[in-house]
Design a binder for this molecule. Structure first.
Ligand code: GDP
Ligand code: MG
Length: 582
């Protein structure tokens, strides 16, 4: 294919606006998939994607299209449609020269529409607005055209109005791809120069490792081997790399003994949400280990470190791009690998700027990242603490604006902007501490707006924060697994909540138990579990001896799972209840 007949594009949309349906229609129209077969949403391959209706891993498909006697190769690079995967979105976009921005004719512009538009705009791609679902009874395409003009400054006559479901006007989308998107290259692998064939020896500029090419080919949308890939082509390459960390996104590959200057790469995905993962039962450790290894093999954005907890046993500390990313990973473990896991409340990576020269020497740097609260350096040893922040976009019907602003303020967010995108829809921009949205922000937003508000966010660096380390004490002894880092202003409410949860899940014992939350030596919350003598035999007055023995044995077994903090016995269940998400 001559380069001028190649178009690389992506479809981006707010969730449910019809990206997958449009992709299916384009694949059908170009004869890439059979219309009669039940090929609905061919690009959504994973079970979790089909179930949740979201795309997690980007897929690529090559479409062949004839137009005015010329044959075109259209590479459709599918992108995830959710906030957490904006890294995957950027990565997919970097392989494109244009995007189809799909907007639901009824719902109009939503938060992800805005985020996706700006990702494409910043990457200097051509944006083709596609207003979808014009067949709906409540569709108002003119209103959406006006929103697009107001928010994105795209003339309304550039919008293409379609029904992906019925196939109405989808042909003009193909026309627009050819007319409005500049020709170009790049995808899974993009050949910038020369030829690569099966059997060639290649070198990675990133790792300097040498590989033999076992297979090259194009994506159609499944891998279809070809003998060679030529400059200007996009496709895939298999080269016996041992694991995903060797296949870095943005890496430059060149032929062995013909070194080239590496092309500018992309920054690697950095995890923003961390959580502990433990097998429900330690005997499941090895199964879980291999399941995690397999899953991370095709999702290199998850970071894995071994970790252990006195209460929960051996496990891992995993890093995810966002909360949904974490949920999806967890769901895939359960569905695809049948694993039962305990996932602890997520935390974000804080930073500390060290002042103590001894600590600087120890860490070999002035600024350290704290993933584990146990490593939180004391205030006397730092000049400041920093927390990650994100720029959030919320789009909502005006009637919910007041309540949403209150929610944002309660989450320590700072308003940056507010505009009306049409007569009764508002777009709000807030700077959020990431920590304030990782737990239940999205759910709260949805419930107070009856599901109408949409939310998306992008990384916005770090800001100074007054952080403190909070201990939980049982009769004066620190419970190591419950140490947390929290914002000073939130310490009291979080401490209180943990004490209450612990009170509800701790069985009464022979003595009173004081549950306290403390910052240094200052107690900020307290609950008490009253003393109680648990007599397992009380119920079976005079009953038969075997039943008595059974009960005694059961109590002894129960005790094995207990952990002693000072003189207080804490069952594993109590830890799980306090540590688990929700
Ligand atoms: P995605 O999340 O952007 O990939 O959206 P999907 O393609 O999965 O579509 C979400 C829902 O909208 C599905 O139930 C589709 O059947 C429906 N849908 C997509 N396009 C149209 C359309 O043109 N008209 C109507 N009425 N429904 C559509
Ligand atoms: Mg989809």
């Amino acid at each position: 294919f001559p380069v001028e007949n190649i178009r690389n594009f992506s479809i981006v949309a707010h969730v449910d606006h019809g990206k997958s349906t449009l992709a299916d229609r384009l694949l059908e129209l170009t004869g890439t998939i059979d219309k009669t077969k039940n090929n609905k949403q061919v690009l959504d391959k994973l079970q979790v994607e089909r179930e949740r209706g979201i795309t997690v891993k980007a897929q690529t498909a090559s479409l062949f299209y004839n137009c005015e006697g010329k044959q075109y190769l259209l590479n459709l690079i599918d992108t995830p449609g959710h906030v957490d995967f904006s890294y995957e979105v950027s990565r997919s976009l970097s392989a494109c020269q244009g995007v189809l921005l799909v907007v639901d004719a009824n719902e109009g512009i939503q938060a992800q529409t805005v985020a996706n538009f700006f990702l494409a705009f910043e990457a200097q791609l051509s944006v083709i607005p596609v207003i979808n679902k014009i067949d709906l009874k409540n569709a108002d395409p003119e209103r959406v055209e006006n929103q697009i003009e107001k928010v994105f400054d795209i003339p309304s006559d550039e919008c293409i109005k379609i029904s992906a479901k019925l196939g109405t006007n989808v042909e003009s989308v193909l026309q627009a791809i050819i007319e409005r998107i500049p020709p170009g290259v790049i995808a899974n692998v993009a050949l910038f120069d020369g030829v690569v064939s099966k059997g060639d020896k290649i070198v990675s500029a990133h790792t300097q490792k040498t590989y033999e090419v076992n297979e090259v080919g194009v994506l159609n949308p499944n891998e279809q081997p070809t003998h060679k890939l030529y400059a200007g082509q996009v496709g895939y390459l298999i080269a016996g790399m041992k694991d995903v960390t060797e296949a870095q996104i943005g890496d430059t590959l060149c032929l062995h003994k013909q070194p080239v200057e590496p092309l500018p790469g992309f920054k690697s995905a950095k995890p923003m949400v961390f959580a502990g993962m433990y097998p429900l039962d330690q005997s499941e450790y090895n199964n879980l280990k291999s399941a995690i290894e397999k899953l991370t093999l095709n999702d290199s954005s998850v970071t894995v470190h071994r970790d252990s907890s006195l209460a929960l046993g051996a496990g891992w500390r995993l890093g995810f791009l966002g909360l949904l990313h974490m949920e999806v990973f967890n769901q895939r473990l359960e569905q695809e690998y049948n694993a039962s896991v305990i996932l602890t409340t997520p935390t974000v990576p804080y930073k500390a700027v060290l002042s103590s020269s001894k600590l600087i020497k120890e860490h070999r740097e002035k600024e350290i990242t704290i993933i584990n609260p146990a490593q939180f350096p004391d205030k006397s040893k730092v000049t400041e603490y920093l927390e990650p922040v994100v720029l959030g976009t919320i789009i909502t019907p005006d009637e919910y604006t007041g309540k949403i602003m209150m929610l944002c303020e309660a989450r320590r967010a700072v308003q940056k902007n507010m505009i009306f995108i049409d007569q009764n829809r508002v777009m709000l921009k807030y700077l959020f501490p990431l920590n304030e949205i990782v737990v239940d922000f999205y759910d709260s937003l949805k419930s107070l707006s009856s599901g109408y508000a949409s939310f998306d966010y992008e990384d916005a660096g770090y800001q100074t924060a007054e952080l403190v380390k909070m201990d939980i004490l049982l009769n004066g002894n620190t419970v190591e697994e419950l140490v947390t880092v929290v914002h000073k202003d939130k310490a009291h409410s979080i401490g209180k909540a943990i004490c209450e949860r612990l009170k509800d899940s701790l069985p009464r014992q022979l003595f009173e138990i004081a549950i306290q939350a403390a910052i240094g030596s200052k107690i900020i919350a307290r609950e008490t579990v009253k003393a109680y003598r648990k007599n397992v035999l009380a119920k079976c007055y005079g009953g038969d001896i075997t039943r008595k023995m059974k009960l005694l044995k059961r109590q002894a077994e129960g005790k094995k799972k207990l952990r002693k903090i000072g003189n207080v016995e804490v069952p594993k269940d109590a830890f799980i209840k306090v540590l688990k998400t929700q």
